[in-house]
Design a protein around this ligand. Sequence first.
Ligand SMILES: [Mg+2]
Length: 296
Amino acid sequence: MTNPEILARLARVRGIMFDIDGCLVISDGPSGQGGSVLPGAKEAIDQARATGRTVCVFTNGSAQKPEDIAQLLRDFGLDVRDEEVLTPAVVAAEVMKERFGNKPLLVFGGEGVLHDFHKRGLNVVDLESAFAGTPTNAAAVVIGWDIDFGRAKLQIAAEAIVGGAELFCTSDAPMFASHERLNVGVSGFIVTGLAHVTGVPYSILGKPSTEAMDVVSRVLGASPQEILVIGDDINLESAMARRAGALAGLVLTGTSTLARLAEAPADVAPEIVINSMSELVDMFTEADKAHALTSH
Ligand SMILES: [Mg+2]
């Protein structure tokens, strides 16, 4: 039996944000590459749709573009549409457009990062001319999953930051869930180095930022109070949900263990803890049934 207060909150949920790695799938690479689907993941998404709830998935990886992640998830049998896939690159592109308009932006990352900037027609600095010495006049530096970040990029990024550009990164997670190997975070490695050499602090745009939660809320068409955020990382999904007043769920199939859960500060601790997504399905069934009984 689930706590009645939690059941009542679940019954009120209008939209669900699912994390990908360690929540829907477990893999050896970012955003589901080379992985397998976790028990109950498909059923949880299907149930959300069947009960009229909106769905989005949010990975903190920026190695791949949303359309490719959506296809990968569909190949796993998960019912996910292109426009329901969020990455920090999506958030970054939206925030940069809003704050800096057409000002030049120095953006580091592969297609997974650049795609969303180009799609929105943002003014991305040409790196080759910057390497050749053309001043970037960048208003902001955005660090994503850039596996070719060497000295030339470090130089122009640092010059822009010292010259007044604001520093952002998609995610500074040290690592993320995988089958066997440690999966290290590239963006966090770069941005902490840049903060070190310039002495300028950075802002995160992926989970758990308020910017990320704003985009989730918009895509789900629901206010934070009507949203369940579920994932395997207390410091990402739970922290983001709790700060915004959304319902925070933790699934123990990824990075966070019960030991880490016990250490979590009260204001970021998840309100729901489940062993697998199958338990979420059962909880929603129970919640919707209880709600149907009380509302008749
Ligand atoms: Mg995860």
